[in-house]
Structure formats: structure tokens, C-alpha cells
Design a protein around this ligand. Sequence first.
Ligand SMILES: [Ca+2]
Ligand SMILES: [Ca+2]
Ligand SMILES: [Zn+2]
Length: 224
Amino acid sequence: MAWFLNPALTRFRNEVNARWPRRDKTSDGTIGDTAHQSTNSDHNPDRDGSVDAWDMDVDGVDIAACKRAFQAHEAAYYWIHNDRICFRDEGWRPRSYAYAGPNRNRHDKHVHWNSRQSHERSTKPWFTTEDDMTPAEFTAALTVALDDAGVKARLRSIPLTYPVTPTQSLLSKFVTAFDKIDLLAAAAAAERLSTPATAKEQADLLREVLGDRAKEVGLILAEG
Ligand SMILES: [Ca+2]
Ligand SMILES: [Ca+2]
Ligand SMILES: [Zn+2]
């Protein structure tokens, strides 16, 4: 049967790839090999062809950030790494997973991520703003940006002047971000920004309007 990595884990993998584009994939894995398939491995496809586990190579990624993102997601079930296993049902408290048998796998070259069947179709993002910047840091960065009269003016004019030829690099990144993110959100932000407000108030407004998308603007601001 044709098999596929389930949608939730596919999204997780895509987000990891987007964050660490040069990561090593040598020890990545999804479906079990033929030997694996005779055992009860979560790398085997379900009846519907979905595979509910993904092995992620440990090199070139921030594993702690990945674990935080994973554990915060509704589709997460358990992970195995470095002889430890950690279950949602156990409050994400890692415990030993060392065993001394043939084909011992210490899970030191990859992290095994396992999702739960009930949420395998979840489309929720795995990584959020807080993985990169705290909400306070994000608001602070926006506050600084919005103190720039040019940034402010450009934000106000986005819906009317689209597409624009920006002259400042931060501004151009910002405008591109809005373009990619959601023109409606930008329009709403611009409209609300047109009423007099302090930079802090405007930053709070923007954060509220952008919601989940704040992450992407935050990343751009962090780059400068
Ligand atoms: Ca499944
Ligand atoms: Ca590797
Ligand atoms: Zn695995």
C-alpha cells in the first residue's frame, strides 16, 4: 500500500526543515525497513497507509527547541532520544529507555518523534513566536521599529500603495512579510495604526492583529 508520513508530522518536519535548512538528514527516517515491518514498530504504516513516527537526525538543529515545540503540540505523543523516552501521558517527564538486546538502538543519532492517532491530521503550527522571541521581546522590537516615522508611514499606506518600492531594507522586509503573511491583517493593522497611539500601543495592536503570524514578523525584525 502507498504510505505517507501523517499530516501533523509532515508539517513538523517541514517546519524543522524551514528553520534549519542545512541540517543533516543522514539519520532521518519515516517508514520502517522490511526487517522492521515484521515487528510492532510505529514506523510501520497504519491500515490507511499513514506512518505516525518520524526520526530526525540530531545534527544541525536545536534539539531543545524542537522538544519544546513538540511537547507543546496537540498531536505529540512521545519522543525517544539518548536512551530516554518521554510521554505526554506522563506529563513529559523523561525516563530511561535503555535496554540491552540485539539491535540496541540508543537513539543517539536521531530523535524519534511519535504522534497520536487522534490528532494526526492536526494542521496547527508546531513552532510559535515564543520559540524565537518572548512576547515582551517581540513587542519591544516592534516598538523600536514603530518609533521610526518611515516605518509607521509605510505601514499605514500598505493597503493603498501595494505593491511598493521600499527604500529601506527593514521596511522592505517588513512589507514583504506582510505580503507573504496576510494582506488583510496588514490592512487591519494599518487602519488601526492610523489612530494616534504610542509606539508601545501600536506594537501591542500589531501583535494582536498578527496572531500566530507574529512569529514571522518577529524573525524579520530580529534579523534587522
Ligand atoms: Ca496513523
Ligand atoms: Ca547525523
Ligand atoms: Zn524511530
